[in-house]
Design a protein around this ligand. Sequence first.
Ligand code: AMP
Length: 326
Amino acid sequence: MSGIRPTGFLHLGNYFGAVRNYVKLQSQFTCYFMVADLHSLTTHPDTRELKGHVHRVLAENIACGLDPEKVALFCQSHVPETTELYLYLNMLAYKGELEKTTTFKDKVRQQPENINAGLLTYPVLQAADILLHRASLVPVGKDQEQHLEMARTFANRFNHRYGEVFPEPQAFNFGEELVKVPSLDGTGKMSKSENQLATIYLADDDDLIRKKVMKAKTDAGPTAPNTPRPDYIVNIFQLMQLVGTAENLKFFEDAYDECRIRYGDMKKQLAEDMVHFITPIRQRAESIRTDHAYLKKVMDIGAEKARASARETMRLAREVMGLDYY
Ligand code: AMP
């Protein structure tokens, strides 16, 4: 189970942190993937662009290889059981622990004029999404590690207080550490809303990709062999590792260690690797995104599958809670 907020265009961070794993998981497990539209209201209360973003997230997921016939691909708000479980879990979540969450503290800094209760209880809603399907594996990027720890805490508290209903969910990445895809300017991670010129979006055209990559921060290069790489150079190597070939990566690593690296050449190679990687996804996504009848069908079928699983979980949850008065 996992989700992506419809707050903008998907980028390479979403792909390597999340969607790539969704696609791998779909043939081995029963999967639930959603567009987290309720979560987006905590930071984006203006809903004028929401529909377009929801369509985009669905289309880009499918273009990356997610098969709506294999998985439940749905919208969070189409599964009202989510908000019921969110309410019960809210009674088990304490103000102190929610206030200490890193993402909450970040958002308080970013939007001091709108520190709403939904923002504070964001990890509770996320736990409800996951626990609603009694999911064990949650494919997410590294930024979600703390939220997953909280989901485990809420699951355990519920099980302990009322009775065993929920397995402990784990953050998941295929065979490796959780991924954080860095931004091109070396200041943070790729993101839907921040760092837009330093983020590569799946919808970027070839020239824009080249322009962004060529602007990536570099320096004059190392002057002594085997000099440790500064963060912004580590980032460029990491991006090449994600989208390029092992051969090219080794070529530039050796060139760096032997002080003969030409960052202009490396960035040109990285730009072409990214263009090669993104072009087919962008083209597929564009035709899916504009097919509204198809997207409606995907959402309807997805909601049906997700609600069947949600209803069964809520039946169990109400039963152990003693909310069954007949
Ligand atoms: P969001 O865009 O915040 O709704 O996140 C959707 C998914 O993408 C979550 O699983 C995040 O962990 C993942 N994600 C977002 N940005 C990055 C990034 N720069 N690197 C790795 N994963 C990311």
